[in-house]
Design a protein around this ligand. Structure first.
Ligand SMILES: [Zn+2]
Ligand SMILES: [Zn+2]
Ligand SMILES: [Zn+2]
Length: 342
C-alpha cells in the first residue's frame, strides 16, 4: 500500500486552488497590461485538480484508520476470475493497490457509498470543459475559463461549508474573495444578458438553444443582443440574417441566429455510419434548419404537420408526405394504383 497522509492531501488541494486562482487572474488581464492569457489552461487544470484533491481528502477523512483511508483513495487491485478447482469460479483481487489515486468516476462511487452529496452534473460539465480546453488556443478560451470559475464557485463554497464544516473564507484564504467577486459579477451579468434578450424577439421554442450559445471568439456564455441592432429596432425573428450578439467578455459581435441553429443541430447530431438518421431538417414554411422530425414541428415558426400519421398503417409522417393527403408513401402508392386499375 502506498504511503498516505490526509493532511498533506488537504494542503496540496489548497495550494492547487490558490495557484489556479492566481493563474485565472493573470489570464483575464490583457498581455499589454501585464496579464498572461496563456495561463487560462493552467488555471483550469489547477482548479479542477484542487477540487478533486479536496474530494479525496473528504473521502480519506470519513474513516479513522489511515490504512483504511488509503484503500479508499488509491486504485484497488483488479478483481479477476479464477477456477476454484471444483468446476466453479472465484473472483479474487490480483496484485496490490496501485500507486495511482482514484479518478472522477471512482470518487463519485465513493461519495455515493459514504452518503456524501455532490452536484455531479456540474462537476462532469466542468470536467468536459477542461478536456475540451486542452485542445484550443488559450486566446479562444478566456470567456469559457471565466464561466468555469463562476460555476465552480458554488460547488466549492457548499462543499467546504457542509462537507468539511469549515468557513470557505478561512480555508481558501485570498482565493476566496477573488472567486466571490467574480461569481457575483458573473451572476449579475448573466441576469442582465437574459433580460436584454427578452425584448429581442427570439422565437420561444428557440430559447433553450439561445441559452446554450457561447461567444465564437472567447467561449463566454455572457452574450447579449447587440445594442446598436436593438436601437435600430431589429428583432431576431424578423432580422435573422442581420441580428448580432455582443460578447460582454471580449466585445466580439456576430450573427446570433446561425449560432442558435448550430447548437440545435449539434444536439441532434447523428452518424450515418451508426445507422442514424437526420433528426432536424429545413422547414418547408420558414426555410430555417429547425424542423425537428420526430416532434413533427418547427422550432422557429412553430409550424406543425397537417397529417401526422398514415390513416392506414399509423406510420408517422414527415414534411414530404403532406401532399399524400394523410397516407404514407407506400399506402399512397397503393391507393393511386387501385384508383388507376379501376
Ligand atoms: Zn467573447
Ligand atoms: Zn419553420
Ligand atoms: Zn401507411
Amino acid at each position: 500500500m502506498p504511503l498516505f497522509d490526509a493532511e498533506k492531501l488537504k494542503e496540496n488541494a489548497l495550494t492547487s486552488i490558490r495557484l489556479g486562482i492566481e493563474d485565472f487572474q493573470r489570464s483575464q488581464i490583457p498581455l499589454d497590461q501585464g496579464g498572461d492569457p496563456e495561463r487560462a489552461l493552467s488555471a483550469i487544470r489547477n482548479l479542477f485538480a484542487g477540487v478533486l484533491l479536496l474530494f479525496k481528502y473528504k473521502i480519506a477523512t470519513t474513516v479513522d484508520d489511515p490504512k483504511d483511508a488509503a484503500t479508499l483513495i488509491f486504485n484497488p487491485p483488479e478483481v479477476l476470475p479464477q477456477a476454484d478447482g471444483h468446476g466453479g469460479v472465484e473472483w479474487q483481487p490480483v496484485g496490490n493497490f496501485k500507486k495511482t489515486t482514484i479518478d472522477v468516476t471512482t470518487i463519485k462511487k465513493r461519495f455515493n457509498s459514504f452518503g456524501i452529496e455532490m452536484d455531479w452534473e456540474t462537476i462532469e460539465k466542468l470536467q468536459e470543459c477542461r478536456n475540451h480546453l486542452e485542445h484550443l488556443h488559450p486566446a479562444n478560451t478566456l470567456g469559457e475559463v471565466a464561466d468555469f470559475v463562476a460555476e465552480l464557485f458554488p460547488i466549492l463554497r457548499d462543499f467546504v461549508h457542509s462537507e468539511m464544516n469549515e468557513q470557505p473564507a478561512e480555508l481558501l484564504g485570498p482565493a476566496w474573495p477573488i472567486m466571490l467577486k467574480h461569481h457575483t459579477f458573473f451572476m449579475d451579468t448573466t441576469k442582465e444578458c437574459e433580460d436584454a434578450w427578452t425584448d429581442a424577439g427570439v422565437p420561444e421554442l428557440m430559447q433553450p438553444w439561445l441559452e446554450k450559445c457561447q461567444c465564437e471568439a472567447c467561449g463566454s456564455s455572457l452574450i447579449r443582443p447587440d445594442i446598436d441592432d436593438l436601437d435600430d429596432g431589429l428583432q431576431v425573428d424578423e432580422d435573422d440574417t442581420t441580428f448580432r450578439y455582443l460578447c460582454v467578455g471580449c466585445g466580439y459581435r456576430d450573427l446570433i441566429v446561425p449560432l442558435m441553429i448550430k447548437n440545435l443541430n449539434d444536439e441532434f447530431d447523428y452518424d450515418p455510419r451508426d445507422g442514424g438518421e437526420p433528426s432536424v431538417e429545413t422547414c418547408d414554411e420558414c426555410e430555417h434548419d429547425t424542423f425537428v422530425i420526430h416532434e413533427q414541428k418547427c422550432l422557429w415558426c412553430e409550424t406543425e404537420l397537417d397529417y401526422k400519421e398514415c390513416n392506414f398503417c399509423g406510420e408517422s409522417l414527415g414534411q414530404d408526405d403532406q401532399e399524400n393527403g394523410g397516407l404514407c408513401g407506400y399506402h399512397h402508392y397503393l391507393h393511386e394504383k387501385v384508383m388507376k386499375d379501376d
